[in-house]
Design a protein around this ligand. Structure first.
Ligand SMILES: NC(=O)C1=CN([C@@H]2O[C@H](COP(=O)(O)OP(=O)(O)OC[C@H]3O[C@@H](n4cnc5c(N)ncnc54)[C@H](O)[C@@H]3O)[C@@H](O)[C@H]2O)C=CC1
Ligand SMILES: O=C(O)[C@H]1O[C@H](OP(=O)(O)OP(=O)(O)OC[C@H]2O[C@@H](n3ccc(=O)[nH]c3=O)[C@H](O)[C@@H]2O)[C@H](O)[C@@H](O)[C@@H]1O
Length: 452
């Protein structure tokens, strides 16, 4: 049968936290997928039908995709046996805080070299987060140089970021609000649109545009969303100083205005993780390079970093150096073992440095955190072990399991609860410090009793 009448065959370059779920979801939806990764263990895992990374729902998607997803370490095999190649390799932040394209360019050059042995049209898709100007700049140049082809004629080039969050990658891929496609030419964009029409379960808006607009859109979504989080945290700190104030009550009402919306307006300890903390820094760096005032991005970032001091201040209000304290939650958010830019890990380190005896616990991220924390803290087997007899405990990550702890009998003198996990009637005599609620700084009686 003529290949033109069949669904395009897809390749995924980089089988990490985003790439392996993407390969699995496309495969589960009936596309033939070939993956590649520099890490042979990831290639082997895919070929054995095992998830290379931890992500809810990934294994189920791989099981469903059985027979349609394979991996290779041979770039010629990858390129000649597929029609569209998605590049999902890391784009780390450089010394100037902007994202570095080194790994993307490396992948593009390998694809380009392999394209010299393939006569057919091929589409190269950059999914990694890149700085505005990258795809039509150094990435396009690398593709044309290595393949000997002209972008927009015999090879297509797209920028197509994902808006997935770790822990819900599979769900976010199946039910996106929007599919963003930056395209070198309509043929490439159309092929990509058809792939998504066949792989999503929602009815997303398709936004097709040129490459630079799509690049700016991706980073703008992230910086705007983080601005909402910092705004909520700014309100929460005001509430710390206003007796009777409750940031959750205020932000819920503020978010009811449909111009604002409730999502990503939860005040707590600021955003962490591999993605958000670097986006405003990159955005501001771009502004500086272009001579544009991006003070909003800088303020969002500064307020986010300030949340850490707020948390340290809460610990200092409850416990003295030398006393035992517990940090519950080491992953930057629940349902993941990722500890990059994790406030729990940073807090444990800082408290140990300040002379506290620190105990830590996390349901999933203990081994990832251990690599950073070493022997400066005590790693507890359970949350109950960590809590017993401490002067203060901080609930840094809102794991659902922490809500089930028998708080009244936990043996901690105080619990700092930025995510409001401790049920109001369950604390007994344990002092609960709810960040963003009343004037806890002055020991005002808002801690356990205050009603919303
Ligand atoms: N993880 C996330 O939640 C999201 C990530 N992104 C972006 O996606 C990109 C990838 O992120 P992650 O999947 O989290 O990274 P990751 O580090 O989990 O995975 C990247 C994979 O690429 C492989 N790799 C590196 N260079 C390669 C090359 N030249 N050829 C083949 N494989 C190569 C690595 O071995 C690794 O397995 C980054 O630009 C990130 O900003 C965007 C949205 C969400
Ligand atoms: O560009 C990226 O790489 C991704 O970055 C984020 O995804 P992620 O960092 O995995 O996780 P989120 O669930 O968005 O949480 C990020 C941080 O914000 C914090 N947060 C989130 C929401 C909120 O209301 N308040 C708040 O403090 C979380 O606790 C966490 O520390 C975005 O949500 C994704 O859309 C985007 O694709």
């Amino acid at each position: 049968m003529d290949r033109k009448t069949q669904p395009p065959r897809l390749s995924v370059i980089g089988l990490g936290k985003l790439g392996s779920p993407m390969a699995a979801v496309f495969g589960a939806k009936g596309f033939d997928v070939v993956g590649i990764d520099l890490n042979p263990a990831f290639v082997q895992a895919i070929n054995e039908g095992r998830a290379p990374v931890q992500e809810p729902g990934l294994q189920e998607q791989l099981d469903r995709a059985r027979g349609r997803v394979r991996a290779t370490q041979d770039w010629n095999d990858l390129v000649t046996s597929t029609d569209i190649s998605f590049i999902i390799v890391p784009t780390p932040s450089g010394p100037d805080r902007m994202f570095v394209n080194r790994f993307v360019v490396d992948a593009v050059e390998r694809i380009g070299a392999a394209l010299r042995g393939k006569p057919d049209y091929h589409v190269v898709v950059v999914t990694s987060t890149v700085m505005p100007g990258s795809t039509d700049g150094e990435i396009r140049a690398a593709l044309e140089r290595s393949s000997g082809r002209t972008v927009g004629q015999d090879v297509g080039l797209c920028y197509n970021p994902e808006f997935i969050a770790l822990g819900s990658v599979v769900r976010d891929m199946l039910f996106p609000d929007m599919i963003l496609i930056g395209e070198s030419d309509a043929r490439a964009g159309e092929m990509l649109e058809q792939v998504y029409r066949g792989s999503v379960d929602s009815k997303p808006e398709f936004h097709r545009m040129n490459l630079v607009n799509a690049e700016l859109c991706k980073i703008s979504v992230n910086t705007f969303v983080t601005t909402k989080i910092s705004y909520a945290n700014m309100i929460a700190e005001l509430c710390d100083h206003l007796p009777g104030a409750d940031a959750d009550v205020v932000t819920r009402a503020v978010g009811a205005d449909s111009r604002i919306g409730r999502k990503y307006l939860k005040p707590a300890i600021g955003y962490g993780g591999p993605c958000f903390p670097r986006d405003n820094k990159a955005f501001a760096a771009l502004g500086r390079r272009l001579g544009v005032n991006t003070a909003l991005a800088e303020a969002t970032d500064a307020i986010n970093e300030h949340q850490f001091q707020r948390m340290i201040g809460a610990v200092a209000a409850c416990a003295e150096p030398g006393q035992a304290v517990a940090v519950l939650g080491l992953s930057y958010k629940p349902d993941t073992a990722v500890v990059e830019e994790s406030q729990g890990v940073a807090l444990a380190l800082q408290l140990a440095e300040a002379g506290y005896q620190v105990r830590v616990f996390d349901p999933l991220a203990m081994s990832a955190a251990a690599a950073i924390l070493g022997d400066r803290v005590t790693r507890s087997e359970t949350a109950a072990d960590a809590l017993r007899g401490v002067a203060a405990a901080v609930l840094t990550t809102p794991w659902a399991a922490f809500k089930e702890i028998a708080w009244a009998e936990c043996g901690a003198a105080a619990v700092i609860d930025p995510w409001s996990l401790v049920p109001r009637d369950a604390a007994g005599t344990v002092r609960v410090v709810r960040l963003g609620q009343g004037d806890w700084r002055r020991g005002a009686p808002s801690l356990n009793a205050a009603a919303a």
